[in-house]
Design a protein around this ligand. Structure first.
Ligand SMILES: Cc1cc2nc3c(=O)[nH]c(=O)nc-3n(C[C@H](O)[C@H](O)[C@H](O)COP(=O)(O)OP(=O)(O)OC[C@H]3O[C@@H](n4cnc5c(N)ncnc54)[C@H](O)[C@@H]3O)c2cc1C
Length: 422
C-alpha cells in the first residue's frame, strides 16, 4: 500500500531555478526555505491562526537552520542572501504560513537594511566603520542566541506612509537616546527581543524632520517598554501585532541600526526596500492556486477523494487563476530582480505595480479559489479559509498600500518631478 499523499508532497519551487536563471546557491537557499515551510510551518499554522498566538517555536526552529540570519552577510557568519534571494525564500515560507513569513520579514529587514542595503548608501569612512561595528553586535545576537527583531514603524498617522516625521522621538543624551512614543500594529509584540523602531531624532530646540529619522533597536526588556491592547483581527492572526508604548526609554547609541540620516537616504535612494512585505503574499497567491488544483483533483487530505476537475467551469476558473498567478509572478520577479540604489523612474513605477499586483491578486486568487472549490473548502479545518483571510491584509500595509501605489503611479506617470499645471 502506498503512503497517503501529503498535500505539499508535490510542491515545486514557485520560481523554478532553471526557468528563472537562479544560481545554485540561490536554488539551495530557496529549497531550504520551502522544505522548512512544508515540514515545520504548515502543520502549526492552523493552531496559531485559531489562537491568534505568536509562533515562537517556528522562530526557535529557524535558528539552527540559519534562517534567522539569512541576510546577515557571509563574512559575519550569516547566509548572505541578497535582496532577490531573500524575497524568493520568503515567498516559499508565505506559502505555508503567512503570519510566520510576515513576522520573519520584519526580523530579516533589520539585517537586510543594515546589511546589503546600507552597503549601497553613502557614508563617510568613519561612519561606515562605526556602522559595521554596531551591526556586528546585532548580528552576533541573532547568530549566537537566536535573538528576534521586530519592525514597528506604524503610528496611526501619516508618518508610516512617508509623509511626515515620526511622532516617536529620540532625544539625544549622553551615550544614547531617550525614546518616547507609541507604535501600532507591532508584529511580534511580546515575542521579539528587540523592536527595530523608526523615530525622529530631535534635540530640544530642533524642529522634527523626516531627514532625522533614526532606525533604532529598542531592547524589549528596557525600562519603559510595554505592550498593550488586544489582538483579534481578520487575518495574519499569528503576527500578534499589538501596540507598543515607549515611555522615557533609554536606548544606548550602539543600538542604532543605521547611522544618523541614513534611513532617509535609504527610503529615498533604495525604494525597493518597501517591497519586502510582498513576498509573503506572493506565497499566499501560490498557496491558494495549489490548494485549488489539489482539491479539484480530489487529493485534499481530510476530505473525501471526490474529483471535480472534469467540469469545464472548474477548468476555466483554474485557467484564469493560473494566468493571474503567472502574470503576478512575472512582474514581481522582474521588480525584485532590479532592486538597486538609485533606480530609474520606470523601475520605481514597476516596483509599485508589482507590489499592487501581488497584494491585490493574492486575495483575488484566494477569493476565486473559494468560489471554485465550493462550500466544503471554506471550512476552518482546511488551509484555504486562512489563506483567504491572510491575503486580505496585504494591500492595507503601509507604506505601499494598494491605494498609495495607484496614487503614485498615476501622479508620477503624468508629472515629471517639479512639474505643475499652475
Ligand atoms: C497583519 C498586519 C501586520 C502589521 N505589522 C506591522 C508591523 O510589524 N510594523 C508596522 O510598522 N506596521 C505593521 N502593520 C501596519 C500597516 O503597515 C499599516 O500601518 C496599517 O495597516 C495602517 O492602518 P491605518 O488604518 O492606520 O492606516 P491609515 O494611515 O489610516 O490609512 C488608511 C488607508 O488610507 C490610505 N492612505 C494612507 N495614507 C495615505 C497617503 N498619504 N496617500 C494616499 N492614501 C493614503 C492607505 O491606502 C491606507 O490603507 C501591520 C498591518 C497588518 C494588517
Amino acid at each position: 500500500m502506498t503512503a497517503p499523499l501529503d498535500l505539499h508532497d508535490r510542491d515545486a519551487p514557485i520560481f523554478a531555478p532553471e526557468a528563472f536563471r537562479l544560481s545554485d546557491v540561490q536554488a539551495e537557499l530557496i529549497a531550504r526555505a520551502r522544505t522548512f515551510g512544508r515540514r515545520v510551518l504548515a502543520p502549526r499554522a492552523e493552531k496559531h491562526d485559531r489562537e491568534a498566538s505568536f509562533p515562537i517555536e517556528n522562530f526557535r526552529d529557524m535558528h539552527p537552520e540559519g534562517l534567522l540570519a539569512i541576510c546577515v552577510p557571509k563574512e559575519e557568519g550569516g547566509l548572505g542572501a541578497d535582496f532577490q534571494t531573500y524575497c524568493l525564500a520568503a515567498a516559499e515560507l508565505g506559502r505555508y504560513c503567512g503570519a510566520t513569513a510576515l513576522s520573519w520579514n520584519m526580523h530579516v529587514c533589520s539585517t537586510l537594511w543594515s546589511g546589503a542595503l546600507a552597503d549601497d548608501l553613502p557614508m563617510t569612512p568613519a561612519e561606515r566603520a562605526a556602522h559595521n561595528a554596531r551591526r556586528r553586535t546585532h548580528y552576533r545576537r541573532i547568530l549566537d542566541r537566536g535573538a528576534i527583531y521586530a519592525q514597528p514603524f506604524s503610528e496611526g498617522g501619516a508618518a508610516a506612509a512617508g509623509v511626515v516625521a515620526f511622532g516617536t522621538e529620540a532625544r539625544p543624551v549622553d551615550g544614547g537616546f531617550v525614546v518616547n512614543g507609541k507604535k501600532i500594529f507591532a508584529s511580534l509584540s511580546g515575542a521579539a527581543d528587540y523592536y527595530g523602531i523608526l523615530c525622529t531624532e530631535r534635540a530640544e530646540s530642533e524642529a522634527a524632520s523626516r531627514r532625522n529619522t533614526l532606525y533604532l533597536a529598542v531592547p524589549a526588556d528596557a525600562n519603559g517598554v510595554s505592550v498593550v491592547g488586544d489582538w483579534d483581527p481578520l487575518g495574519m492572526r499569528g503576527t500578534v501585532s499589538r501596540t507598543l508604548l515607549l515611555k522615557d526609554v533609554f536606548v544606548p547609541e550602539q543600538e542604532m541600526l543605521m547611522p544618523h540620516g541614513v534611513y532617509f537616504q535609504a527610503a529615498t535612494r533604495w525604494p525597493h526596500m518597501f517591497l519586502t512585505l510582498s513576498p509573503t503574499y506572493m506565497g499566499l497567491a501560490q498557496a491558494a492556486y495549489d490548494f485549488t488544483v489539489a482539491y479539484l483533483r480530489g487529493e485534499m487530505p481530510g476530505t473525501p477523494p471526490v474529483k471535480r476537475r472534469m467540469y469545464p467551469t472548474k477548468q476555466i476558473a483554474v485557467a484564469e487563476m493560473h494566468i493571474q498567478l503567472e502574470q503576478t509572478k512575472a512582474l514581481w520577479f522582474q521588480a525584485i530582480s532590479e532592486a538597486r540604489p538609485n533606480p530609474t523612474k520606470e523601475q520605481v513605477l514597476r516596483a509599485y505595480a508589482a507590489q499592487h499586483s501581488v497584494m491585490e491578486n493574492a486575495n483575488a486568487i484566494a477569493t476565486k479559489a473559494l468560489r471554485t472549490c465550493g462550500g466544503q473548502a471554506m471550512l476552518k479545518s482546511l488551509a484555504l479559509e486562512r489563506i483567504y483571510r491572510d491575503s486580505r491584509c496585504g494591500s492595507l500595509m503601509l507604506p505601499w498600500t494598494a491605494e498609495i501605489c495607484r496614487d503614485r503611479i498615476g501622479r508620477q506617470a503624468l508629472f515629471e518631478p517639479g512639474e505643475t499645471d499652475e
